[in-house]
Every structure is written in C-alpha cells, then in structure tokens.
Design a protein around this ligand. Structure first.
Ligand code: FEO
Length: 167
C-alpha cells in the first residue's frame, strides 16, 4: 500500500505539472481565463499530492519522491487541451480505483476510507473537464464564443478545503 501511495503522490505531482504546462500554453495564446482555470487546477493537484503525503506520514510510512515526467508543452487547440485533461483525469480515476481495490484486498480499512474522498473528487474532476469540452464544442471555433468561455473560466478560484475536509 505504501509503495502504491508513493506512486500516487508522483501521479498527482505529474497532474500538477501537466496543468501548469497547459497554463503556459494558454498564456502563450492570450487566453488568460483558460490559463487561470489551469492555475487553479494545478493548485488542486498539489493539494491532492499533499493530502496523500500527509496521510502516509500519519500512518507511520515513509514518503519517497521520484522524478516527475516532462509534460507536453503545446496543444493544437483549446479543445485538444481539454480533451487531454479529461483523458488524463480518467486515467487518474483508474489509478484511484486500483488503490481502493488494493486497500480492500489488504483489508486496509483506514486507507480505503481515506481514498473515498478521492473517488468522489474524481467524479467532479471528470465532470468539470467535460463541461468545458461541451462548451468548446458549441463554439465551433467561433472567436466570440471562445472569449465568452475565457471570461467564465477567469472566475475560477482555488480554495483550500477546510482542515476537516482535507484531513
Ligand atoms: Fe488529482 Fe485531477 O486528480
């Protein structure tokens, strides 16, 4: 379980890195609202990584940090970037489900309960990426539609969950 949690810390850090790369991409094409959404997403992924990091210590385990893979740096379009977000989140959901399976197999009830937060979080992660994809599909590359979405995504603010939620 400990090895698997350490791997998941790395996967969450990679997620943060991927979204930070996407933020830079959106900055480079002057879609600052999209970039803001990615910044919030990066912070959220860092929070996920730290949540697991803290849990490992709480359970008396040792955190071992591995190298983080290099993310891509450009995408063909905002839609292509968000399709990758969704694909990546589906991959993370599969990793979380594998962790739950392992916790059940090892009769590690504490880890299983801890992981339920991530199971719920992944539903939201996939839904929020898909919501942007659906809006982007509606615009059909129309510039004014794109700027409207950009203005909406500019509203997103990352808020650290309260201590009892984050624990
Ligand atoms: Fe940490 Fe986006 O899942």
């Amino acid at each position: 379980m400990l090895v698997a949690f350490n791997k998941q810390i790395n996967a969450e850090m990679y997620s943060a890195y991927l979204y930070l790369a996407m933020e830079a991409y959106f900055q480079s094409i002057n879609l600052t609202g999209f970039a803001n959404w990615m910044r919030a997403q990066t912070q959220e992924e860092m929070m996920h990584a730290m949540k697991i990091y803290d849990f490992v210590f709480e359970r008396g385990g040792q955190v071992t940090l591995e190298a983080i893979d290099k993310p891509p740096f450009t995408w063909d379009s905002p839609l292509a970037a968000f399709k990758e977000v969704l694909k990546h989140e589906q991959h993370v959901t599969a990793l979380i489900n594998d962790l739950v399976d392992l916790a059940i197999k090892e009769k590690d009830h504490a880890s299983n309960i801890f992981l339920q937060w991530f199971v719920t979080e992944q539903v939201e992660e996939e839904a929020s990426a898909d919501a942007v994809i659906q809006r982007l599909k509606l615009t059909k590359d129309n510039a004014s539609g794109l700027f409207m979405i950009d203005a909406q995504l500019a509203q997103r603010i990352f808020t650290m969950p309260a201590a009892d939620e984050a624990a």
